[in-house]
Design a protein around this ligand. Structure first.
Ligand code: DGP
Length: 116
């Protein structure tokens, strides 16, 4: 069954603009349109996976690629030592609004806990 494209498919296919900060064969990273921190970037796999629940056992590499890209980006913007937060929301209680998994990367301010 064909999945309805999300806004992220359109960003991957360069049909709509985004402020892209990183791209390789597997991962695309771009600035969040509604930033919740001075740095707020979304790391997404180019492969469409709706939610964490839809991950297959053989897709662990994809999740690893998201984290490695986030690690390298933190170093590139010299926020690695200051610290940062990565979050992945899932479904309604997790407040997921775009059904294409994405890692929120936030940096540049003191985070709070619990996140709310
Ligand atoms: P979530 O709620 O975890 O599904 O986060 C989705 C994020 O996607 C949200 O923080 C806003 C961001 N977003 C939604 N539409 C666009 C868009 O068209 N461009 C960009 N850059 N970000 C978007």
């Amino acid at each position: 069954m064909e999945l309805e494209p999300t806004i992220f498919d359109k960003i991957i296919n360069k049909e709509i603009p985004a402020d892209i900060v990183f791209e390789n064969d597997c991962v695309l990273a771009f600035k969040d349109i509604n930033p919740q921190a001075p740095v707020h970037v979304l790391f997404i796999p180019k492969l469409r996976i709706n939610t964490i629940n839809d991950l297959k056992d053989d897709q662990a590499q994809i999740i690893g690629e998201l984290f490695l890209a986030a690690r390298d980006y933190a170093k590139q913007i010299t926020e690695d030592e200051n610290g940062y937060r990565v979050i992945m929301n899932c479904n309604e209680n997790g407040q997921q609004s775009v059904f294409h998994i994405h890692l929120h990367f936030m940096a540049g301010r003191q985070m709070q806990w619990p996140p709310g």
